[in-house]
Ligand binder design. Structure first.
Ligand SMILES: [Mg+2]
Length: 380
């Protein structure tokens, strides 16, 4: 089998409610996924997605589309999409870095491979250990009483825990929000916090001293992504696990964090980490290094979510005590995927589809509604 054509669709999908993140990222009104369709000479089509977010990833949909059109698509057209190693080598030889963009092609090729073998992608990764993943919710910045009601509602819907976005201008306000949420949901509802690089070490520690009695399960990305020493210092000065998200993109990042004693948890995002293959390698490294794995997400549509779920169910050890981030499409105006089984986390759980490949089908009407730009690169 060989790749004959690649279609690149840039989308703009509004969030149901604008998402107020930390100081670093401001307020997000819409997400801009890039959808890659890989066509083959055997008539099988695979779908991939990546989730550029300029202030988070340093990429934009326009940059991803250009990279795909000019560098990556020409390098992989003609190759066998089921040879994932050869696909990655060709992409790496075409252009350095660009992990996010390469993820879309990696995911689409896994989808083709699964469809060609008539098995879900998780089978290609060694097989599933569970039928689904428990799922949490997340809340952005708002007044404490508003956040408290939002998280209470998530608990009542069945979500297994919540991530609270902190890292705002005023750490005391974030501490008050955290306390109001804990009071509303009671002592047993799992909570984690994420500063999204918004603070320095001292601010992070001051915040933690204020909320240390609230039983927060981990503290994600308190300082800038490059500040491995700062991550390590926060980890020494607080007594809950520190999670690395923006700090861990590649295996080399993972090694630097482990060697510096800078993280207890890695937030794995298939799109951020360069696709299913690199994300799986990171999981193996984390397991071997005593670092826990948390399946997190960008603001994703259903293809990235499905890729993450296919990997998540194969992992023997994942962070226990709270659901993982399989809720992102529920935050959006609409989903470009339809599913055979329910993989949406309405019930607090994302259940694996038994369709081959990623288990998703593109909803063409939704694609049309959100697409802002389409490019096609074909065999010459
Ligand atoms: Mg994060």
């Amino acid at each position: 089998m060989k790749i004959t054509k690649i279609r690149i669709d840039c989308l703009s999908v509004p969030l149901r409610h604008p998402y107020r993140l930390c100081r670093e990222y401001g307020v997000l009104p819409a997400t801009t996924p890039v959808i890659v369709s890989v066509f083959t000479d055997e008539g099988i089509t695979g779908y991939g997605e990546c989730n550029p977010w300029p202030r988070f990833t340093g990429d934009s949909a326009e940059i991803c589309a250009l990279t795909l059109e000019k560098h990556i698509a020409p390098a992989v057209i003609g190759l066998d999409p089921t040879n994932i190693n050869a696909i990655h080598r060709a992409m790496d030889e075409a252009i350095r870095g660009q992990h996010l963009t390469k993820a879309a092609v990696d995911i689409a090729c896994h989808d083709v491979w699964g469809k060609s073998e008539n098995v879900p992608v998780c089978r290609l990764l060694g097989g599933e250990l569970r039928k689904g993943m428990r799922c949490m919710w997340a809340v952005g910045g708002a007044e404490p009483e508003v956040n408290a009601l939002q998280v209470l509602e998530a608990k009542q819907k069945g979500y297994d825990g919540c991530m609270i976005m902190i890292g705002g201008e005023d750490w005391k306000h974030d501490a008050a929000r955290t306390a109001a949420i804990r009071e509303a949901v009671g002592p047993d509802f799992p909570l984690i916090v994420d500063a999204n690089q918004g603070w320095d070490v001292d601010t992070a520690v001051r915040y933690w001293k204020q909320i240390r009695h609230l039983d927060i399960l981990f503290f994600e990305q308190p300082v800038q992504s490059w500040d491995v020493q700062g991550m390590a210092e926060v980890r020494r000065r607080i007594d809950i696990p520190v999670s690395a998200d923006e700090s861990v993109v590649t295996l080399r990042d993972a090694r630097n964090l482990v060697e510096a004693g800078a993280a207890d948890v890695f937030s794995i995002k298939v799109a951020k980490n360069g696709g299913i293959k690199p994300a799986r390698e990171l999981c193996d490294y984390a397991d071997a290094s005593g670092v826990q794995i948390f399946f997190n997400s960008m603001i994703e549509e259903g293809i990235s979510e499905a890729a993450s779920l296919q990997l998540g169910v194969t992992r023997p050890r994942v962070f226990a005590g709270i659901g993982h981030a399989y809720f992102s499409p529920n935050r959006l105006d609409g989903d470009i995927c339809s599913y055979h089984e329910q993989i949406h986390p309405e019930s607090g759980e994302s259940i694996l589809s038994d369709l081959p490949g990623l288990g998703v089908k593109l909803d063409e009407a939704a694609m049309k509604r959100y697409t802002t730009d389409t490019r096609t690169v074909a065999e010459v």
